[in-house]
Design a protein around this ligand. Structure first.
Ligand SMILES: [Fe+2]
Ligand SMILES: [Fe+2]
Length: 190
């Protein structure tokens, strides 16, 4: 592509695609490493690393929804802001559940702000308008859904407890994505 990317590194013609592909590639990276690394200990290290990436994803999603909640303005903002707030609380709860699971596995949950955005699969995008915010949240949810699905497959029978936790979080992210798609539709029809 010859045109210079806009601030934020996005091509106007392809608003989300390249970022998502890169994020998905990164999400898959550790899973494929896990598949080729033999031994329980290595598997456990991979599992804790994956859970820490999911933890970072949840923290970034909490922060993004909080920002959107406080910045939602305009005549349609009230209902949307309430949804942003509810989602931010769900993501916070997911972060806590994942952190608790990491400690059960004798790992250390990584809450460091250094590198947080890099560890997260989803991005922190502020968005200019209410519609932008909803779209960015939908992209983030879709990325979380894809990477959590892969985690669930990877976990399989290796660690059923972690798998069930990620399945329950995945179900909630699907609900979030559905809520956002409905909000977008409502906004478009007004
Ligand atoms: Fe979440
Ligand atoms: Fe979510």
């Amino acid at each position: 592509m010859s045109s210079a990317p806009r601030a934020g590194g996005r091509e106007p013609a392809q608003p989300f695609l390249s970022d998502i592909q890169e994020l998905r590639r990164r999400a898959r990276e550790h899973i494929s490493q896990g598949a080729v690394t033999p031994g329980y200990q290595a598997d456990r290290d991979t599992l804790i690393k994956l859970l820490n990436e999911a933890l970072a994803t949840e923290i970034v999603c909490t922060l993004r929804y909080k920002r959107h909640y406080f910045m939602a303005k305009g005549i349609h903002a009230e209902g949307v802001a309430a949804e942003f707030l509810e989602h931010s609380q769900d993501e916070q709860q997911h972060a806590d559940q994942i952190a608790a699971r990491i400690t059960q596995l004798d790992g250390a949950p990584d809450f460091s702000p250094d590198g947080l955005a890099t560890r997260s699969h989803a991005e922190y995008v502020e968005g200019d308008s209410l519609e932008d915010m909803i779209k960015e949240d939908l992209v983030a949810e879709r990325i979380a859904i894809d990477s959590y699905k892969e985690m669930v497959l990877y976990l399989g029978e290796k660690d059923p407890t972690s798998r069930r936790l990620m399945e329950s979080i995945l179900a909630k992210e699907e609900e979030h994505a559905d809520d956002l798609a409905n909000l977008l539709e409502d906004l478009g029809s007004r």
